[in-house]
Design a protein around this ligand. Structure first.
Ligand code: PEP
Ligand code: MN
Length: 265
């Protein structure tokens, strides 16, 4: 188990004494959209990591499936112009290889990949020895053992620079949420793996802009280590997850409205 302050995530947490803030578009759509988002976020002077989807796992064929590798240089430009480290989702060893070749700083495993132990193991093998920090989203189904198992596969491959992302769970029952938060499951994960920082994704839990604030506040009240929030310069016209994205300026207001707990570490 790494000592506290040893990892990308714990170092930022220790320096700030505040939750880690990750933001950026659901999908990288154009270079202009990516750069506008990044400069808007940089201006907030609060964001620690820029996120963008390059390869998008869509539920049904025919939806926008991401720009793919052509968008990777846009993220290099984000880092060069704003200094923000960058993060993307990877689902295959080829994604890992292309991301690292383009200097992406942090990789995350999406909810639809965490459900598949074979895919997770292939990613753990591809990530082993690279030193890149990895975030693991909860699986789409409410199975905390599967989520913990994916993180344990990373640890067994020698990857200790880890964070867990709570993005909610699919449910057939009518709900105000896009993905039910089922807060007891991330709390259970935290008791199993207390050394791994826990980040809340209110964008994918809520699926709606007006739920970002209450879900984020609940996560902060539960002492989460960070938030990941989707942002877009023109949310209504986003090619994916339009209903849940907010402008960088609106994100700034939300972050100002949140009440932060005192953090001793
Ligand atoms: C995303 O972060 O844009 C995404 C596809 O999320 P999830 O894997 O949580 O559905
Ligand atoms: Mn999304």
């Amino acid at each position: 188990m790494p000592a506290v302050a040893d990892t990308f995530f714990t170092k930022i947490l220790a320096q700030k004494g505040q939750p880690l803030l990750i933001a950026g578009p659901c999908s990288a759509e154009t270079e202009e959209q990516v750069m506008a988002t990044a400069h808007g976020l940089k201006a907030l002077d609060k964001i620690d990591l820029f996120r963008a989807g390059i390869w998008k796992p869509r539920t049904r064929p025919g939806s926008f499936e991401g720009m793919g590798a052509v968008a990777l240089p846009w993220l290099q430009r984000v880092k060069a112009e704003t200094g923000l480290p960058t993060a993307i989702e990877v689902a295959t060893p080829r994604h890992v290889e292309e991301a690292l070749r383009h200097g992406i700083d942090v990789l995350w495993i999406g909810a639809r990949t965490t459900v598949n132990p074979f895919a997770v193991q292939e990613l753990a093998d591809a990530l082993a020895g690279t030193g890149v920090p990895v975030m693991v989203k909860n699986p789409v189904n409410p199975d905390v053992a599967l989520w913990a198992g994916a993180l344990e596969r990373m640890e067994r491959a020698g990857i200790n620079d880890l964070a867990a992302i709570h993005r909610g769970f699919s449910t057939f029952a009518p709900s105000r949420y896009r993905n039910a938060p089922t807060w007891i499951l991330p709390i259970e994960l935290k008791t199993r793996l207390p050394h791994i920082p826990l980040i809340c994704d209110p964008s994918h839990i809520g699926g709606r802009r007006d739920l970002l604030l209450p879900i984020s506040q609940k996560a902060l009240d539960l002492d989460y280590d960070g938030l990941i929030i989707e942002t877009h310069p023109d949310p209504d016209h986003a090619l994916s997850d339009a209903e849940q994205q907010v402008t960088p300026a609106r994100l700034g207001e939300i972050l100002n409205e949140l009440k932060y707990r005192y953090r001793s570490s």
